[in-house]
Design a protein around this ligand. Sequence first.
Ligand code: SPV
Ligand code: MG
Length: 655
Amino acid sequence: MGALTKEHPKCMTEIGGGETILSRQLRMIAGAGIREAVITTGYYDSVLMAYCRGLGLPIEYTFVKNERYAETNYIYSIDCAREYLDDDILLMHGDLVFEQAVLDRVMGSAESCMTVSSTVPLPEKDFKAVVRDGTVYRVGIEFFEEAMAAQALYRMRREDWRKWLDKIHEFCEAGNDRVYAENALNALDGAAGIRALDVKDLLCSEIDNAEDLAMVTDRLRKTGEKTVYLCFSTDIIHGGHIAIIKRAQALGKLIIGVLSDEAVASYKRFPLVPASERKIMFENIAGVSRVVEQKTLSYREILEELKPDIVAHGDDWCTGFQKPIRDEVIAVLASYGGELVEFPYSSDPKYKEIQNRQRADLAMPDLRRGRLRRLMNIKGLVTAMEAHDGLTGLIVENTVVHQDGGAHQFDAMWLSSLCDSTAKGKPDIELVDMTSRFRTIDDIMEVTTKPIIFDGDTGGLTEHFVYTVRSLERMGVSMVIIEDKTGLKKNSLFGTEVQQTQDSIENFSEKIRAGKKAQRTKEFMICARIESLILEKGMEDALERAFAFTAAGADAIMIHSRKKDPAEIFEFIEKFRAKDAATPLVLVPTSFNSVREEEWKARGANIVIYANQLMRATVPAIRKAAETILENHRAEECDATLMPFKEIIRLIPEE
Ligand code: SPV
Ligand code: MG
């Protein structure tokens, strides 16, 4: 190496990209989560120590000088350092350069291992390993039979390492300290249980001369030219993310994707930090070449656009709901010759704690209130499911269905007057008073984070409604829906079978105006519900009211119908949208239930409320259980239809 090592040890030789052999090794092991390094030194030890410390890596160094470096081999250096090596270790020579995938495999090995290559030709003068049944028996330059090219990169389990280290000590005590440490290993005759880890053509090479140096720098430059794509949905960056970013950077030029707000909200929870800000967060991480937004959970679109050489991901997606996404990534990569690199996934307990804290934040009134509007902006159409107590709230909060690599969950909760009254065994005639309704809201809010749409019935007297608005706002409710009826309200699903009176446009508009005036926050919404179709007053009446109520300040319009056929709702949406493209439209498709959400969205609706299905699912189930017990005079027969309480308890969050 001559001139290259005149003023510093060989490991400080530059290998391009602003790195030396050593800085690259240390950066990579720090990225793999290793926090302690024992470095044996010889000449230029002070230069080396200052250099390592100047790298600013999160590593605690122990430097051990081999005072007899000129006359001994590294078997003796290890022996000098043995008191610091009583652990699982990663052992490597200081002149070794390897690519990230090699380190990933070594770190991922459950057993002690050494890197070998079945594809690299046997070198004349360098290390070779004699391998039998996957176990390394001998390492040295002199073996050619049953041998594979090998590199001095080992991962050693403590008990295996102990055997080797004791042998090293035995050799040195006997004055046999001018040989390789591997000579001591060979004396163990395979007893150290080192598996041969075949890294094939991956870069794993020592630098002995200028030729090696040229080859390695060229290989690294080519790696650097590769583009690597890594997608994140997180809104907090912690150490684990940085470690993955560093690993991905070692594979090439790194492009980071941030998952769109819509995709995050659909599969996880509402993002606390919007995609635009998450983008800036990642742009400010050193070495990230570009940050793009990934619109969907599926990678197809972004991969077809960017065609990265490598997609990197944690190996947690090999099973579970992300598997179809992974399968698609593999197929798309195969279509243009890209490669998938997976890192062992480790979940950080600290991250869980942060997530729990985030959940608690999301439940706070000020953060919850505005989220309905933001979700509408992000998704175009949001879905709300009825909840009438803490338990149904938890079902709405936590039920997720994974389908075709996507995830679906409800965006919001509907606090139905019908279900709240029914749960109390009372008719839906505004008999359950506001204090009791607020109590239900509070029960639900205490255990959930999703935005709440409150069924405000008629809103009562205008003088009372203004108080209701303020209370709901204060609690963190996002929207109240009031219907244009007056007098004794009955549930709309009875239609004209019961006596119901529609309020006048003037009165109801006045109620809306008063509510809007009473409101203190910008985010709270008042939605006007039009009963013209329910009461068979015709489309013209419905539309006239919709425009009048919007003019009075309503933030949204709900149009209701109890017909099975969705035709009149389609017609209303079309006619309303012809004149008003912006005001959100809310639907409760209990009767007209054949239309899918995608179609409602395409037609211009913004909120779909599933108003009573959970309650209707409960009643037949509990009645059947009661009847079965009565019929059999015992509970055994009904057991098969019941959920064990252990499972029910799992739905309930622990603080
Ligand atoms: C409710 O769920 O209480 C409603 C919707 O108001 S509906 O029952 O369809 O009228
Ligand atoms: Mg109602």
